[in-house]
Ligand binder design. Structure first.
Ligand SMILES: Cc1cc2nc3c(=O)[nH]c(=O)nc-3n(C[C@H](O)[C@H](O)[C@H](O)COP(=O)(O)OP(=O)(O)OC[C@H]3O[C@@H](n4cnc5c(N)ncnc54)[C@H](O)[C@@H]3O)c2cc1C
Length: 417
């Protein structure tokens, strides 16, 4: 009897979503090729704050956001920047973002964010154990702190939504904050603490670790800038670019913020833009530092105690994929970071720009393409890509295996806009 041919898969894009999907597909029996134009972890998964925000359910478009936008844009140390030359391009996205602030939309978006993030802790724990990378994930929670009554009161809608969504959190007072983080400045009167959240000490090492594990079980990594996705037949799809062509039974588009034009080729029109964000690395502080990622609520930046130093992350900048970085904004935050953590050594080690892949409703795109059920879309994870990456990979694997859906993927369909 003829031997049954092994199923094959291609994953384009080797960020957290792509490497995790490739690993799970290989493990599920697909001979899998992972393709990236640079190599594993060359994109946004490299430089984030590493927070695994279990039960994260607060969409970026919330009631009242429109009234806050002008002051955010005018504040030189505020969390939002718009490069005006990009305004026309971003307009369709921004208009839809504004519509998503309606109450019923916020409720919908929160429900379906949580539908994925509720599995984050469990899926990450299992994955890291299987890959023997447990030492790179910590059970330290996610803390936001506020130094003014006004700043804390501005979180009322967020807290109400989290309560409605049954996303657990504790409200902390000054003493409880100091008990958790003795080196923080004592000025923080209020805190919001999500104790179920986890922290990746070194997101880059984690993504490389998953890629190494993928290779060790027989997966192949290729370098190629894919520009064309082609539906060869009912059963075969191909990806090509840079003079190389790859053909397989299943193909996953996991190219983060760069996914729009590839998805369009398979009939999926997505309202995807990038919310650019920056980081600055500062020297490690050891026991004079902090034990978990902490958000300075009023200033919307994070200090995270990474393996190789303190990482400050910040900003949402609308300027597209082509324009160069503007590191002035993150540098302007240094005095606030020093105020937050007086021991901080503000000697800049390096700075970085990343591209959050964002949809206006804050929900990712996960599902089959319009033109072929063999092309699977997995991108658009916005501020929560590390949080949702491993769960998304599990959903991708189940789609490739043609298993019945364990959660409804309808809210994440590409053509919802
Ligand atoms: C400052 C900042 C802080 C953040 N903090 C957090 C956090 O604390 N917690 C959290 O959950 N999320 C956080 N995020 C979001 C998170 O980092 C992203 O959502 C996530 O990394 C996206 O992963 P991805 O795999 O979809 O894309 P990426 O990591 O960007 O990977 C896409 C890959 O595709 C490749 N590629 C692109 N085009 C092609 C092509 N044509 N051919 C071949 N390869 C291609 C790229 O080289 C890249 O390697 C943060 C983001 C930023 C910017």
């Amino acid at each position: 009897m003829a031997k049954k041919e092994q199923k094959t898969a291609i994953v384009v894009g080797a960020g957290i979503v792509g490497v995790s999907s490739a690993y799970m597909l290989q493990k599920a029996g697909f001979q899998t090729t992972l393709i990236d134009r640079v190599g594993p972890c060359a994109g946004t998964s490299y430089g984030n704050a590493g927070a695994i925000v279990a039960d994260g359910c607060v969409p970026n478009s919330m009631p009242g956001i429109l009234k806050d936008v002008p002051s955010m844009l005018l504040d030189p140390t505020g969390p939002l920047t718009l490069r005006w030359s990009y305004f026309g391009k971003a307009l369709p996205w921004l208009l839809r973002f504004a519509q998503e602030a309606r109450e019923e939309r916020v409720h919908h978006n929160a429900t379906y964010l949580k539908q994925i993030t509720q599995y984050a802790t469990r899926d990450w724990a299992r994955f890291m154990k299987t890959l023997k990378l447990e030492h790179l994930i910590q059970d330290v929670g996610w803390l936001k702190v506020y130094d003014s009554e006004e700043g804390f009161q501005a979180t009322r809608d967020m807290r109400q939504l989290m309560t409605e969504m049954k996303a657990p959190f504790d409200v902390l007072g000054q003493k409880e904050i100091t008990d958790l983080e003795p080196n923080l400045n004592g000025i923080f009167q209020h805190g919001i603490y999500q104790s179920k959240a986890r922290f990746l000490l070194n997101p880059e090492k984690v993504v490389h670790g998953i890629a190494d594990a993928f290779r060790s079980i027989g997966g192949t990594v290729e370098i190629s800038n894919i520009d064309t996705i082609h539906i060869v037949s009912k059963d075969k799809v191909s990806a090509s670019g840079g003079g190389k062509e790859f053909t397989a039974d299943k193909l996953v588009i996991a190219t983060g913020a760069w996914s729009k034009h590839l998805a369009e080729q398979v009939g999926s029109e997505v309202l995807l833009d990038t919310e650019r964000g920056y980081h600055m690395m500062l020297p490690p502080l050891g026991d004079k530092g902090i034990s978990r990622p902490i958000v300075y609520g009023e200033k919307s930046f994070v200090l995270a105690p990474m393996e190789r130093g303190i990482r400050m992350t910040s900003q949402v900048e609308f300027a597209g994929l082509e324009r160069g970085p503007d590191f002035r904004r993150i540098r302007k935050l240094l005095p606030f970071a020093k105020k937050m953590l007086p021991n901080l050594d503000t000697t800049e080690q390096d700075v970085w720009l990343g591209y959050r892949p964002s949809t206006p409703d804050s929900l990712p795109v996960i599902g089959r393409s319009q033109k072929s059920r063999n092309v699977i879309l997995a991108f658009g994870h916005q501020h929560y890509g590390m949080t949702m990456g491993v769960t998304t990979a599990r959903l991708v694997r189940d789609l490739a295996l043609e298993k019945p859906e364990t959660i409804s993927l309808w809210p994440y369909r590409a053509n919802r806009f």
